[in-house]
Design a protein around this ligand. Structure first.
Ligand SMILES: [Fe+2]
Length: 559
């Protein structure tokens, strides 16, 4: 296994971003899946200048306390070994192994492997953070990887990029649903039906689900090629979580919410290579990573620590349509929390103390305003239909029917109340902090399964920064949720009509690569033509960039 894996890395190591510019038909890396006892592969994560987490899991029988050796070296042949040790694992942590290796050198590529009972794991590759930047910082950014929805080609593709500093996962690393649940229509045909077959509720359920995802060869290849920095969104527990509950939790049937949440979080901390900052409160995952004086990445928690329950637009609909004034007043109420006061104060301290040009927020939900006409948002009309009505209102206003006039008279409302637009006061607090500190703010978002780029503007119209949003790895996007719209027409219409939205792609899955120097920060999107077949083409998307400085905090198209 070792040799085969090393050969593959050597082959793909030569493929940089330039090689990906050409659409080629690629296959999922099926053959490279790891073998017993390391069937879930190896991973690294949470790199610092002198530390990194190494991870694996052993699948053994008849050994309640497996002893696992780990080794770290400067070369893949392990002739220049730098650190090694022994660690025990057990059923109490689902036989996962996590080692926080310290005493390392900054900006250095290391290779690592594990040994159990004479059998070696695949070789992983990781990298510590730079203290002095010698090149652009490059981060591959992911969200919404849904096993039954499709193949993880985005992961496999990023694993082929040799020059990444880290992979950043913004959440929905797993989904909780049972067979037949969300986005599972093609799962049986693809051989990707979930385990366990029912919805995850217990600790055992979540462990089995994580274990299944981690058999995916694309995910294993990514995890073995680059350190991952991850936060959860909602589906690592269940849909639309907030501090005291979730849309997809039924207390009478599925037990106590806090018990379920804590089970999900225990499994998450066991299975992800994250440095658990507080074992007394597994929700406290927010933490920062400094990439020299170029980029500070602040990973935020927006679901479990503080989030107030989501508003519902339906609660603001009356006989005369939606009451937008009441909706905005409720969404912007000062007591609505997403980060909460403690995390917000921490974020302000981190931004104040950072010497980096770019303050990057790694977080889950869209921060851009994304206001759209209520009739479209509520699904009363397609974008094409709405466009036809607006043309009619211009050309032949006298011909508009009463129903058509009603549609056009509807005000704009936030596209999603689960996103920052449902928590406007805290969004303004983040913006105010960035402005007061005169920081260049770049927000990364996931959650929507579609690709976006927004100019971030505060309530007084002042430019604050930019937002790059990554498409899902495999969860379906607006091409599935709005079947009455042509996805390309929908994206075009949104860019033309949603204030501050500069780029939208609502049809394809993929990921984005954010790269930064002291002079510029840019995002390039990469899409795959399908997640439903194990053969796929990579289709490079556009690049948007922003420049540092008070007067430059906006998006510029680059390619
Ligand atoms: Fe998602």
């Amino acid at each position: 296994m070792d040799q085969k894996f090393a050969d593959r890395r050597a082959f793909i190591g030569g493929l940089g971003a330039a090689a990906l510019a050409m659409p080629v038909l690629l296959g999922a890396p099926r053959a490279e899946a790891a073998a017993p006892p390391f069937v879930h592969g190896v991973a690294s994560g949470d790199p610092l200048a002198q530390r990194v987490i190494l991870w694996t899991r052993v699948t053994v029988s008849g050994d309640a306390n497996p002893r696992v050796q780990w080794e770290m070296a400067l070369d893949a042949a392990f002739t220049r070994s730098v650190r090694s040790g022994l660690v025990r694992t057990s059923a109490t942590r689902d036989f996962t192994v996590k080692v926080d290796v310290d005493g390392l050198s900054p900006d250095t590529v290391y290779h690592y492997r594990f040994t159990y009972n004479g059998t070696r794991s695949p070789v992983g590759r990781t990298r510590t953070l730079p203290v002095v930047a010698r090149e652009a910082i490059r981060l591959a950014v992911f969200s919404c990887s849904n096993y039954p929805a499709g193949y993880f080609h985005a992961y496999a593709q990023a694993a082929r990029m040799a020059d990444l500093h880290a992979a950043v996962h913004l959440g929905d690393f797993i989904y909780e649903y049972g067979r037949g649940g969300y986005a599972s229509d093609d799962a049986a045909a693809m051989g990707r039906e979930v385990l366990p077959p029912h919805e995850c509720v217990s600790l055992s359920d979540y462990r089995i689900r994580h274990a299944q995802y981690r058999t995916d060869p694309g995910l294993q290849a990514l995890m073995a090629s680059v350190p991952m920095i991850a936060v959860w969104d909602d589906h690592e527990v269940c849909n639309n979580t907030y501090r005291t509950g979730a849309a997809n939790h039924t207390a009478g049937v599925e037990g106590d919410y806090v018990t379920r949440r804590d089970a999900a979080l225990k499994a998450y901390h066991e299975w992800l290579p994250v440095r658990t900052p507080d074992t007394g409160d597994l929700r406290r995952i927010y933490r920062s990573f400094d990439f020299a004086d170029v980029l500070s990445l602040h990973m935020l928690e927006t679901r479990l620590l503080a989030r107030t329950e989501q508003l519902s637009a339906a609660d603001f609909v009356g006989p005369d349509g939606i009451n937008a004034a009441a909706l905005y007043a409720a969404a912007n109420a000062p007591d609505r929390a997403l980060l909460g006061g403690t995390q917000l104060a921490w974020l302000q301290e981190q931004m104040a103390g950072s010497r980096a040009t770019w303050q990057v927020l790694g977080q889950q939900v869209l921060m851009g305003h994304m206001d759209i006409p209520a009739a479209i948002g509520l699904g009363q009309i397609s974008v094409g239909g709405y466009e036809a009505l607006t043309r009619k209102a211009t050309d032949n206003p006298g011909d508009l029917t009463r129903a058509e006039r009603y549609i056009l008279d509807q005000p704009v409302v936030p596209w999603s109340l689960d996103a920052w637009s449902g928590y406007g006061a805290e969004r303004e607090a983040v913006f105010a902090a960035a402005r007061r500190l005169d920081r260049n703010l770049v927000v990364l978002a996931g959650d929507t399964h579609n690709a976006w780029a927004n100019d971030l503007v505060d309530q007084s119209g002042q430019p604050i920064g930019v937002e790059f949003a990554t498409p899902g790895v495999s969860s379906p996007g607006m091409e599935a949720s709005r079947r009455t719209d042509d996805p390309d027409q929908l994206a075009r219409w949104m860019v033309g009509n949603v204030p501050h939205l500069r780029y939208a792609e609502t049809r394809r899955r993929g990921f984005m690569v954010v790269s930064a120097t002291r002079e510029a920060c840019q995002s390039t999107w990469y899409f795959v033509d399908t997640v439903k077949s194990d053969r796929y083409r990579i289709e490079p998307g556009p690049t948007w960039q922003t420049l540092p400085g008070t007067d430059q905090r906006r998006l510029l198209p680059l390619a």
